[in-house]
Design a protein around this ligand. Structure first.
Ligand code: AGP
Length: 610
């Protein structure tokens, strides 16, 4: 999604803005631009494609100034052209804007302004903001009233920054739904989509809340709530763990993050399992009594986090015996679901900013339900707006294709289901201890899988020309099949579909041919023999099989063209292990095809628009 950066201070703004934009690259974008007040005038530079194109443009046509705004655009309204790239300005170039989100009533505003002879040059919704401000005489008059009146006319979810030629001592901002963080350092101020874009000197930050607006100066922030009341921001410390933003010798962030998974799991276990194997979710601001009485749980999430929720449902039903459902957040928010009684809504999100998931939290809360979120970005909108939030402890995830956050989601949900089982007196401490001893083997087991990454690479290279793939799994491995297929299509652009093994003969089997590899996730489990039947069916039709099986199993490899062993473990542990070779498979197919796995086309890391 779009990334925004604003700066005011003693440094050269173009360098600070470029640094921030490079840091926000991972969000996904198709053009980039900056605006700087240079010698009293707003200068705009923007281009399509990568930020290095903008950097090149700045070398050819430099700008010099100490206040500016920058943007990476992920196209929604209008094609990814340099005219549609941000910043956008009014005709006299006295007001420039960068914006993340959507102005839903832009068409009406645009028509009104056009009827007053305002000329529009782009196809974007954003352009109405500087034009509307200009029509209200913003650059001449007192900022407070004009700004407040103008933003009250805008509908939708957005965060934007404004540079005004006549007011070079400030950068204006407004947030309504899209993320925005203020950062402070000595004699300088920053406004960014997320804290990764701060330079190292920024030590304090404030997460701007919905409805808030104002401006920053070198000295600080002038902040108002939506009714125009002045507020004091509560600044908190910035965590500058720079290793998260470096590839540390890996070719891509995605590969680095796949290899970080043993550490991530160790971290979660350290945080969540205390002495005597007691599970700790003590940070949850939700009474134990309420959790113990739960009758129903509804998961809401999207993409990879939805697949984690599907496994979370199996964990909660198995261990805590609570009726559980899983909803696409994009459907949940619009279908007015029946939510009542002792029901808990659980939102899962790596970014904590997914617009649909956030909206489903709002609809659940409107029905007076409690919402628990599992979130990797713990300072995000989703955690702030939930009744209680649990940290996934995966560390910053940069790769657009989620890997380590998924594994963190699975481990966290397994532990939470055990926590509920204890509160409901379904499992004793001793029974939970037995399960935890097995969970503790995970980091080592993941390492064993990663040590064999090269064999996945070889398999992936043999399949690089295939255009279609089928992924099959049952029970705990059905969501793994969906996740394996999602990873592959996201970064290699091959068509891939995941199915529950039992559904295969109801249609998808018609696709089997030597050109459509079938990836069968077949570890030892209660449905093992059923999955073996799937393998037989594919083999009988001359299909190509790549299977994931349990170490020591000889039957599945004998039925397969290619196979990969994962360590022997209980059925509920297998999805945490079996997804690792599939992440590697997707990565190596993408590399073999010459694709860029960290920045797949059309995708954004956090989907902050509907
Ligand atoms: C994962 O590889 C995807 N990029 C995507 O499906 C993602 O999981 C989805 O957009 C949900 O994001 P969230 O976890 O940040 O809410």
């Amino acid at each position: 999604m779009c990334g925004i950066v604003g700066y005011i201070g003693p440094k050269l703004a173009d360098a600070v803005l470029l640094f921030g934009l490079y840091r926000l690259e991972y969000r996904g974008y198709d053009s980039a631009g900056i605006a700087v007040i240079d010698d009293g005038e707003i200068e705009i530079r923007k281009d399509t494609g990568k930020i290095r194109n903008l950097e090149r443009l700045l070398k050819e046509h430099p700008v010099e100034g100490n206040v500016g705004i920058g943007h990476t655009r992920w196209a929604t309204h209008g094609a990814p052209t340099s005219v549609n790239a941000h910043p956008h300005a009014d005709a006299s170039k006295s007001i420039a804007v960068v914006h993340n989100g959507i102005i839903e009533n832009y068409d009406q505003i645009r028509k009104d302004l056009q009827s007053k002879n305002f000329l529009f040059v782009s196809d974007t919704d954003t352009e109405v903001i500087p034009q509307l401000l200009k029509s209200n005489n913003f650059s001449k008059d007192e900022e407070y009233d004009i700004f407040k009146t103008t933003i009250s006319k805008l509908e939708g979810r957005f965060a934007f920054l404004i540079l005004v030629e006549d007011k070079p001592d400030r950068v204006f901002f407004c947030r309504n739904g899209s993320p925005l963080v203020y950062g402070r350092s000595e004699n300088e101020g920053f406004l960014v989509s997320d804290s990764s874009a701060f330079i190292a000197s920024v030590k304090e930050q404030y997460f701007v809340k919905d409805g808030e607006w104002g401006w920053i100066t070198r000295e600080g922030i002038v902040l108002f709530d939506k009714d125009g009341n002045r507020k004091e921001p509560e600044l908190i410390e910035v965590d500058h763990d720079l290793t998260q933003y470096e590839k540390n010798g890996y070719e891509h962030f995605m590969l680095k993050e796949i290899f970080e998974q043993p550490t991530v799991v160790r971290n979660i276990l350290d945080k969540r399992i205390g002495a005597n194997n007691l599970i700790n979710f003590s940070e949850l601001t939700m009474s134990k009594d309420f959790q113990a009485k739960l009758f129903r749980i509804v998961f809401t999430s999207a993409g990879t986090s939805l697949h984690a929720a599907m496994i979370g449902k199996l964990y909660i039903e198995k261990f805590a015996k609570i009726m559980t459902e899983v909803e696409f957040s994009s459907e949940f928010r619009y279908r007015n679901p029946i939510l009542e009684g002792d029901t808990l809504v659980i939102a899962i999100s790596q970014s904590g900013e997914t617009a649909d998931t956030l909206a489903s939290i709002h609809s659940a809360k409107a029905k007076f339900l409690k919402v628990l979120s599992f979130v990797n970005q713990i300072n995000s909108s989703i955690s702030r707006e939930s009744t209680a939030a649990a940290n996934l402890f995966a560390g910053t995830e940069i790769g657009v294709a989620s890997t380590k956050a998924y594994v963190a989601e699975l481990v966290s949900l397994l532990l939470y289901s055990l926590h509920l089982a204890k509160l409901k007196w379904i499992l004793t401490d001793e029974e939970i201890s037995v399960i935890l001893e097995e969970v503790k083997k995970l980091p080592k087991q993941i390492e064993q899988i990663l040590e064999k990454a090269d064999s996945i690479k070889e398999i992936a290279y043999t399949m690089r020309d295939k255009r279609d793939f089928i992924f099959l799994g049952r029970s705990y491995e059905h969501p793994t099949a969906l996740e394996g297929a999602l990873k592959l299509k996201e970064i290699s652009y091959a068509h891939a579909s995941g199915y529950a093994g039992g559904e295969f003969k109801h249609g998808p089997i018609a696709l089997v041919s030597k050109d459509v590899p079938v990836i069968c996730i077949t570890p030892k489990s209660e449905v093992y023999t059923k999955m073996v039947s799937n393998l037989e069916e594919v083999r009988a039709r001359n299909g190509i099989i790549f299977s994931i099986h349990t170490e020591g199993d000889e039957s599945v490899p004998a039925l397969s063209n290619y196979s990969f062993a994962i360590p022997d473990c209980s059925e509920y542990i297998t999805p945490i292990l079996s997804v690792i070779p599939l992440q590697l498979f997707a990565y190596y197919v993408a590399i073999a095809k010459g694709c860029e796995p960290d920045q797949p086309r059309n995708l954004a890391k956090s989907v902050t628009v509907e």
